[in-house]
Design a protein around this ligand. Structure first.
Ligand code: DGL
Length: 242
């Protein structure tokens, strides 16, 4: 069983991508909604909350995908050292953005924790040192997606600082759920990218390597959360391709 972890519904894009490349695997999706949003918490708090839940998931799953940039940047090595199963994470796709940009201007949208993290700076240094990366923190955007309160005017406001960038990196999994709307607002000359498919392929590779692939004719998909279950399941129906 694959465990997918996020603060809420953000990881559903990764759930959909994993279901495509691993159609025989059962998946337990866990939204840690009692602690949502992670993006405005202290990094240490995010680390502690995530590790506690990852350890619980590890009792039922043979691989865990941390489908949350905010948790992954704080940081994957720590979870890997302390969990008993392989961990796949999701971090902003800075390397891909650097390879794709034509004008050298990249906009990286993320939560405050992600845009301010040393891990994100390290990615930029390592892969995009000769580009300009505009880190744009979007407080409240993940919540608007989680609770379905987003308006177009609201979204336009977040995208204003994107300006000259020809690549927009979605550095928060919640934003990938509204990728189509973001793409429409930034226009066809700007490429909006995320790592949902890459994370799914990496999960496939890791399962192959560890010899843990399943062959259930009828895989099971289970959705659990630590907060309000009714609201969570409503959003699952909306975004999960079941
Ligand atoms: N989905 C999470 C991410 O990828 C963040 C949402 C939150 O603030 O909890 O960063």
């Amino acid at each position: 069983m694959i465990g997918i972890y996020d603060s809420g519904i953000g990881g559903l894009g990764i759930f959909n991508a994993i279901k495509q490349v691993l159609p025989y695997e059962s998946i337990l999706y866990y939204g840690d909604t009692a602690y949502f949003p992670f993006g405005s918490r202290q990094p240490n708090e995010v680390r502690r909350i995530t590790l506690t839940s990852v350890k619980k998931l590890a009792e039922q799953c043979n691989i865990i995908v941390i489908a949350c940039n905010t948790a992954s940047v704080n940081d994957l090595d720590y979870y890997r050292e302390n969990a008993s199963v392989p961990i796949v994470g999701v971090v902003p796709v800075v390397k891909t953005a650097a390879a794709l940009t034509k004008n050298g201007q990249i906009a990286l949208l993320g939560t405050q924790v992600t845009t301010e993290s040393a891990y994100t700076d390290k990615l930029i240094q390592e892969f995009a040192a000769n580009k300009t990366v505009h880190k744009i923190s979007c407080p409240g955007l993940a919540s608007a997606v989680e609770y379905d309160t987003l308006t177009e005017a609201h979204l336009r406001g977040y995208l204003e600082p994107v300006q000259d960038a020809d690549i927009v990196v979605l550095g928060c999994t919640h934003y990938t759920l509204i990728k189509g709307e973001i793409q429409r607002l930034v226009g066809p000359d700007v490429k909006v990218i995320d790592s949902n498919e890459a994370v799914a392929r990496q999960t496939l590779r890791m399962l192959q390597q560890s010899g843990n692939m399943s062959s259930h004719a009828q895989p099971m998909y289970t959705f659990e959360c630590s907060g309000d279950r009714a609201a969570f399941l409503e959003q699952i129906k909306r975004y999960a391709h079941l």
